[in-house]
Design a protein around this ligand. Structure first.
Ligand code: FRU
Length: 728
């Protein structure tokens, strides 16, 4: 709805009157009682404003235009945005004349800073009497609109027009304007570099976070030393949730919390508070969309699992963590530990962004021989190898001898940038050559995505050993490489090396300590959706010998204070197939410890067309089915999800997403885990693994089976109701 400038008509009738009341109510939230809205640019056209040139398009934009960074800080859905046709376009947008009736005109403004050429102007008698420009004068910056105002008390009673001018054609050659009001109170403006000193009197410092709030640069320092700098959607009022910074290391000291830009009326800085306890402790892990079988961070965003290592009897799970937002950003390494791979205790962030940049993905090893010298009192150190993704982007180390506190190596970085964006070091000890090997993702100008292999005697000095072929333009083994040796069919005398990458495509081949020789071109790994950047565990004891992998499970949880999760622990094996050895994924046996009660169906036949056979009901569940499908399609309805096996096509489909799943002789075996946020489905003894984000309806607990086309013989169907990983 576009709101015309001059006075609203005095008399309303019928629907017009209803509309007027609705408009008044709508604006009451954004306007003071006596404020007058001049324009909010919510309609399809600019009318009654008039545009010239091509920069403003035919009407208000609904946020960012094609090729523009995300635009924020405007009110409602529409705004003036002169980025139509990019920065090179020019034009003007002019209001009809209106009387100045209040002391102030307030508005939101963003875009380029170029006062002569990019301006929001107030004109009286054809002369520019007030003018404002955007905040950005150099590359980078932000497309956020901020409040500004003019004192126009001396112009009261005059007739004026407003004009948005875009006469600029270079970088930042556009201007954004929204929500123009007349008011007798000075509308709140923006304060820059506002500082609050807070004594770290408690363990944590809490920051109020609101979804969609404009992002602020929040810097926390002690004296002149910057501890961390984060982009935070600070809540001006009641927060959606509280982000947590562990300020244990600075107890008793004064922390300077600085915010780059803050509206004068924002309560955010005052709301930041010390706390001894974590917020929401009573509801933590009981939230409606909290995965109960899958690890997720207490709050904030996670992506890749990092630093997977078994150390001192614990499985460590570090992860790409944004502690201050629901989306990606501010990459820290979060940290959790488990004794059984399924029940996790989150310990808090161990790596914070520093002068080398945000903490991107990497791995961990136990340095048994203390080659690095980071060991202490005979204790082998746990060493993290990570990417600091600044400019340049470099590889770094951090170490610990207790698995709790980590010290960044003072000789960082250990590997300079090869090309921009090189990242995700995965390191392992190569016994035959008695050296460390690192695989690193590097994009080369000629070859595109490659994996670089480095070797090191001590984790500190690295030498380039070889580079994979790479195929320019294709996604050949792109980011987050992992590399390990596996026996084929469990035979320790017949092993192969597997090189795999974030999207789980992989190659099988041989490795001599310096160079990987793939035996074929890349193969598809997992067959589902929302699975990325998996990593396998380092230092699993030899008596166990499993290759255990965890992936980032992209389970979006709208409305929660956390977002995304990790998959179940998966055991990777190489299985002979007619095409050669292929990777199989199976749930680690530790997941069985979650079973709390089991309902099994007696062996029976499913007749096509019969009503589905009820297997049972459960919220968190594991379904195991072993069946002879003939030529039929066998369908399991699992809490509203459809898991169907088409035997004629030898194809599994989960909620319509299909993948090949070879028959096992005449049989098929399917395992389905169902959580509040997703399914993990295993078929063909792990040759087909389909993780699928999915949110079952809370009231739909049924699991049933049916056949179509032909009868199906069910040999064994068991439904295990599962316990939550978060409760003892
Ligand atoms: C993969 C990835 C990595 C990078 C990390 C940053 O999801 O892009 O390559 O290290 O995420 O969070």
């Amino acid at each position: 709805m576009s709101h015309p400038l001059p006075h609203a008509p005095r008399r309303f009738a019928g629907p017009l009157r209803a509309l007027a009341i609705a408009l008044l109510l709508y604006h009451a939230a954004a306007l003071g009682a006596d404020d007058m809205l001049l324009a909010d640019f919510e309609g399809a056209s600019y009318a009654p404003w008039t545009a010239t040139g091509d920069a403003f398009g035919n009407g208000p934009a609904k946020g960012a235009l094609p090729g523009q960074m995300s635009v924020s800080g405007f009110k409602g859905k529409g705004l003036v945005n002169s980025f139509h046709k990019g920065d090179t376009s020019t034009g003007t947008l002019t209001s009809p004349p209106f009387p100045i009736e209040r002391n102030f005109i307030g508005f939101l403004i963003g875009g380029g800073a170029n006062p002569g050429k990019l301006a929001f102007q107030l004109l009286v008698d054809g002369r520019v009497v007030r003018s404002a420009s955007g905040p950005n004068s150099q590359p980078g910056g932000s497309e956020e609109l901020s409040p500004e105002s003019w004192d126009v008390s001396e112009l009261l009673g005059k007739t004026a027009t407003l004009r948005v001018l875009d006469d600029a054609t270079g970088g930042w050659g556009h201007i954004n304007v929204d929500h123009v009001v007349q008011s007798d109170r000075r509308p709140a403006g923006i304060r820059r570099d506002v500082v609050r000193n807070v004594v770290a009197s408690r363990r944590y410092l809490l920051f109020p976070v609101q979804h969609g709030a404009p992002s602020r640069v929040v810097t926390v320092s002690v004296g002149d030393h910057v501890i961390v700098r984060n982009d935070v959607g600070l809540a001006p009022g009641t927060p959606d949730w509280w982000a947590v910074m562990d300020v244990g290391p600075w107890q008793g000291q004064t922390l300077h919390v600085k915010v780059d830009r803050l509206p004068e009326d924002s309560g955010a800085l005052d709301a930041i508070r010390p706390s001894e306890t974590l917020p929401d402790a009573a509801t933590l892990y009981r939230e409606p969309l909290r995965g109960q079988l899958h690890f997720s961070p207490q709050r904030g965003w996670n992506n890749d699992p990092n630093g997977m290592v078994f150390y001192n009897g614990e499985y460590h799970l570090f992860f790409q963590h944004n502690p201050y937002g629901w989306g990606w950003g501010n990459m820290h390494w979060g940290h959790a530990v488990s004794r059984d791979l399924v029940r996790w205790t989150e310990l808090g962030d161990v790596l914070m962004p520093d002068v080398y940049g945000p903490m991107f993905s990497g791995s961990a090893v136990v340095d048994w021989k203390n080659t690095s010298g980071f060991g202490k009192d005979g204790k082998p150190p746990l060493v993290l190898i990570y990417t600091a993704a600044g400019n340049p982007t470099v590889q770094c180390l951090a170490h610990s001898t207790d698995g709790r506190t980590f010290t960044k190596y003072d000789g960082n970085p250990v590997l300079p940038q090869v090309t921009g964006g090189n990242r995700d070091p995965k390191v392992f000890w190569h016994e035959p050559t008695q050296r460390w090997v690192m695989v690193l993702y590097v994009e080369l100008p000629q070859r595109g995505h490659t994996i670089h292999f480095y070797t090191s005697p001590n984790l500190r000095q690295w030498t380039l050993a070889s580079v994979t072929e790479g195929v320019r333009g294709s996604n050949y083994l792109y980011e987050c490489p992992d590399f390990f040796e596996l026996p084929v069919d469990g035979n320790p005398r017949n092993t192969k090396w597997v090189l795999l990458a974030a999207n789980t495509e992989y190659a099988v081949g041989t490795f001599d300590g310096t160079r990987f020789n793939p035996e074929h071109s890349r193969l598809p790994g997992q067959r589902g959706k929302g699975f990325y950047a998996p990593q396998t565990y380092s230092d699993i004891p030899a008596r166990d010998g499993r290759r255990i992998q965890v992936g980032w499970f992209q389970t979006e949880t709208k409305g929660m204070s956390f977002n995304q999760s990790m998959t179940l622990p998966l055991v990777l094996t190489l299985v002979s197939t007619p095409e050669g050895p292929r990777m199989a994924y199976n749930p680690a046996k530790e997941t069985r410890s979650l079973r709390k009660d089991t309902r099994a169906l007696k062996a029976k036949s499913l007749q096509p067309g019969a009503t589905p056979t009820l297997v049972g009901e459960a919220e968190l569940l594991e379904l195991e089915a072993d069946f002879e499908p003939g030529d039929a399609t066998t369908t399991f309805h699992v809490r509203g999800a459809t898991v169907a096996y088409d035997a004629a096509k030898q194809e599994l489909s989960v909620n319509g997403h299909k993948a090949p799943a070879p028959l096992l002789g005449k049989r098929q075996r399917i395992t389905v885990f169902c959580d509040r946020t997703g399914l993990e489905v295993f078929a063909s003894d792990g040759l087909c693994y389909m993780p699928m984000p999915f949110q079952p309806r809370p009231d739909d607990l049924k699991v049933s089976a049916e056949s179509s086309g032909a009868p199906v013989r069910l040999r064994r169907v068991a439904l295990h109701a599962l316990k939550s990983i978060w409760r003892p």
